[in-house]
Structure formats: C-alpha cells, structure tokens
Design a protein around this ligand. Structure first.
Ligand SMILES: Cc1ncc(COP(=O)(O)O)c(C=O)c1O
Length: 286
C-alpha cells in the first residue's frame, strides 16, 4: 500500500505548482508521496483545525491557481486516535480543496460493513485509500476516486505501470476478505473486536484520557530503552507487543503499541494487563 500512497500523490494528483496540506502525524508513505510530487508542503499540528484553516487560507491567497490537497488519516497509526473528519470535510469544501484520506486502520474495524470512518460518518473523501494488509489480512492497497483519477493512475502512474501486479492468490484473499466484511459473520467479528477494544481501555483507563477510537492502544513509556525492555519482558511472558520508538514517533514518546483483535479472549486481555502492571511495579515505574 505504500506504493499506492506514492502513486496517488506523486504520480497522480499533485505537481510542483500544487499545495499539499498534511497532518504532522501522517504516515511516512503519505509524507514521501508529498515530497516526491514536488508540491509545496504545509504541515499542520496533529488534528489542529485552526492551523489547517490558516494553511488553506495561505494556499488560496498565495497560490490561487494551485490544486490544494488536504492529506490525513482516519485513524492514526501510532496513536490510534481519529481525525475530526466532519470539520476537515467542511474546511476542504469551503476552500475548494481536495481531501485525500488514508483509511488503513479504519477499514474492517469502523463503519457499516467495516467500510471505514468516512462511511461511518456518512462523509466522503475525494480520494480514499486503504490497505488490504491490516484488518483484511492480505497484502497491498487500494485507491478509490473519480473515474478520471483512476483512469489517469492506471495509465500514467509509473509505480503502477512498471511494477508487477499483485499475485492472484493475494488478490483472491483480499476479495474474500472484503466479501466477508459484508456478511453477518463479519459483523459478529467486528462486534467481538469492539468488545475487546472496550475491555482493554477499561483495564488501562489510567493510561488514557479518551474513549476507545480504534484497535490501536498506545501505552506511552517514554524512553526508548525502557520501551524496548518492556516489550522484551512482555514477549518472555508470551505477549507480542511491539515497542515503537523514534523515528516512528517523536523522541521521548516511545511506547508499546497494543493491538487487540477479535480473536483475543477476555482472559488473554486481562492477563496482558496483569503482566503490564506487574512489570511496571517491578521496574519501579508505578
Ligand atoms: C496509515 C498507513 N498508511 C499506509 C500504510 C502502509 O500499508 P502497508 O503496510 O499495507 O504497505 C500503513 C502501514 O503501516 C499505515 O499505517
């Protein structure tokens, strides 16, 4: 899917006369696509609507002919929080900009049939992209947009034309996953997932000040070594919880990135939190 993000921004919608206004915490593939496109890049602090608005004002004032593209994610990969999508759609419409929305961590998890955050909020992005490799369990990514955008990409995007198509087996797995999302069994699976997400938040309520928004729970540790040691200790107890550190997140905010699935049981989630608490106590951090 990384190449999908490059493809759509770099080979698709933006060029050197355009402006990309991007959230500070957007995924590396979105940042790289923006850089490769040669467009002017303006970065707004994470989910900061006031700063987004100022950048849009700047773009319309200084570059009236430019195509202006707001780039953000529906669920942020390292924090698990959501973008204020309704307000962003309102702003991009007011400034006649386009919205490119990366739904990588929302598809399969949020919205009717797991269709993502835009579907849940009954909004639409001009360009929506997602990955087939997370909730869908296959590999690769997809881009949805206007017919002319898709025709342009299939005919002109270098990273698409000059790269081998996904293996048929992987495409078949992705199609099966998309079909499954729309069945009642798929709905039951999402229901089980949200039950697990809520249980984890309930047990770790002291570590978060917000309600559950996705399957990603950032357990902030701080120092990189501490986060790595924490993750190793958890692994010894049978829990695979990756430690995330710079450059994926800012220095000093290294974390355990806890992800629950529908397949986890209540006792597994409780056992994980017990281990976290015990390790915290033995390290004197709590
Ligand atoms: C927000 C976001 N976009 C894109 C990607 C890239 O997806 P893939 O791993 O399928 O290439 C990721 C993966 O981590 C992601 O978190």
């Amino acid at each position: 899917m990384i190449s999908a993000n490059w493809r759509v921004i770099w080979n698709g919608i933006a060029g050197k006369n355009d402006v990309i206004v991007i959230d500070k915490l957007a995924h590396a593939s979105l940042i790289d696509g923006a850089r490769l496109s040669g467009a002017s890049i303006r970065v707004f602090p994470h989910n900061h609507l006031g700063e987004l608005e100022s950048h849009l004002e700047w773009a319309r004032r200084e570059k009236p002919q430019a195509r202006v593209i707001v780039v953000t994610e529906s669920v942020f990969s390292m924090d698990g929080d959501r973008a204020p999508l309704r307000e962003i759609v309102e702003l991009k419409s007011r400034f006649e900009a386009l919205l490119l929305l990366d739904e990588a961590h929302a598809v399969g998890v949020i919205g009717p049939n797991g269709g993502g955050l835009a579907a849940e909020e009954k909004l639409s992005a001009d360009i929506q992209m997602g990955t087939l490799s997370k909730a869908l369990g296959a590999a690769g990514g997809y881009i949805c947009g206007s017919t002319s955008l898709i025709e342009w990409l299939t005919n002109r995007a270098r990273s698409f034309i000059y790269s081998t198509a996904p293996p048929a087996t992987v495409a078949a797995a992705a199609i099966a996953a998309i079909e499954f999302l729309q069945t009642s069994e798929g709905e039951d699976r999402r229901h089980a997932l949200w039950k697990n997400i809520e249980l984890l938040h309930q047990l770790l309520v002291s570590e978060t000040n917000r309600k559950p928004e996705s399957a990603i729970f950032p357990f902030i540790v701080g120092q990189e070594n501490d986060a790595m040691n924490f993750a190793h200790a958890l692994q010894k107890e049978g829990f695979f919880v990756p430690a995330i550190r710079y450059p994926s997140v800012a220095r000093g905010s290294a974390r355990l990135r806890i992800t629950v699935t529908a397949a986890h049981t209540e006792s597994q989630i409780r056992a994980l939190v017990d281990s976290i608490r015990r390790l915290q106590r033995s390290s004197g951090r709590h």
